[in-house]
Design a binder for this molecule. Structure first.
Ligand code: GLP
Length: 262
């Protein structure tokens, strides 16, 4: 696992955007580049930077297919807090991606489990995901895979914990009872099956989750710790999120990521 420590949130986002654009630009095959994407506040700076790069002609999304991580169950697309709405207003409306290349789980599906199975099959039809960008919750949840979700889970319906309802209530008038209690989400296994995984972790409130992801054992209590079993996982983080790492771990990653070494 690589842990790329950046001084602050903006630099973390710049690093991640450059990394993603670099991968898209290096993709020379006819088949599309398949990119997994998250919602949340963590990726906002990455989306803004990628949109800027797209406008500047530094990267194009014409041959990119995207799959989003999750969606609330029961929220229609045009609801301002649906992840569909979030993704279009914060990213897709600002880049040159063809509409038909965007995949987001349908939170209004009549048969949610069938919708999840369809989604997994569609990912497989592209030969899997090349790069999955993600964020995590303060309790380490990856997509909506709350603590104790199987580390081999696939896309399915998830119950949200009270902690997550409270955390996400900031988007629902600060009222946890207004937050949908269930969501459709890719599984931990869906994410770790990707060729590469890049997870953004920023802010003091994510410090325990970062330490658990990097230094703790692989445990279903911290679903993000499944990244330790991945061959090409990167965590991009800011200084603020490093507060719970041991000094040794912190120094180790700064050293190994340094360009000029002995
Ligand atoms: C939600 C999403 C996750 C996201 C998490 C963190 O729970 N389902 O995919 O990673 O929020 O959000 P933020 O980046 O706002 O901290």
């Amino acid at each position: 696992m690589r842990v790329v420590i950046q001084e602050n949130y903006d630099k973390m986002c710049k690093w991640a955007a450059d990394y993603i654009a670099g991968k898209i630009n290096a993709h020379k095959e006819d088949r599309p580049f398949v990119l997994g994407l998250p919602t949340g506040s963590s990726p906002l700076g990455v989306y803004a930077e990628l949109a800027r790069m797209n406008k500047a002609g530094e990267v194009t999304f014409k041959n990119v297919v995207t799959f989003n991580m999750d969606e609330y169950l029961g929220l229609p697309r045009d609801h301002e807090q649906s992840y569909w709405y979030f993704m279009w207003s914060n990213f897709f409306d600002h880049i040159d991606i063809p509409k038909e290349n965007v995949n987001i789980l349908n939170g209004m599906a009549e048969d949610p489990e069938a919708e999840c199975a369809r989604y997994e099959a569609k990912i497989a039809s592209y030969g899997g995901i090349d790069l999955f960008l993600g964020g995590i919750g303060a309790d380490g949840h990856l997509a909506f895979n709350e603590p104790f979700t199987s580390l081999t889970s696939r896309t399915g319906v998830r119950d949200l914990t009270t902690d997550t309802l409270i955390a996400n209530s900031r988007f629902f008038d600060n009222d946890p009872t207004k937050v949908p209690t269930q969501a459709l989400s890719v599984g931990v296994g869906t994410v770790t099956d990707s060729k590469e995984v890049l997870i953004l972790i920023n802010g003091h409130h994510k410090a325990r989750a970062l330490a658990a992801s990097v230094e703790g054992g692989v445990s279903q209590k911290w679903t993000c710790s499944a990244l330790q079993l991945h061959q090409a996982a990167i965590i991009a983080c800011d200084e603020a999120a490093c507060g719970e790492l041991t000094v040794d771990t912190y120094k180790y990653f700064l050293d190994i990521e340094k360009k000029e070494r002995l």
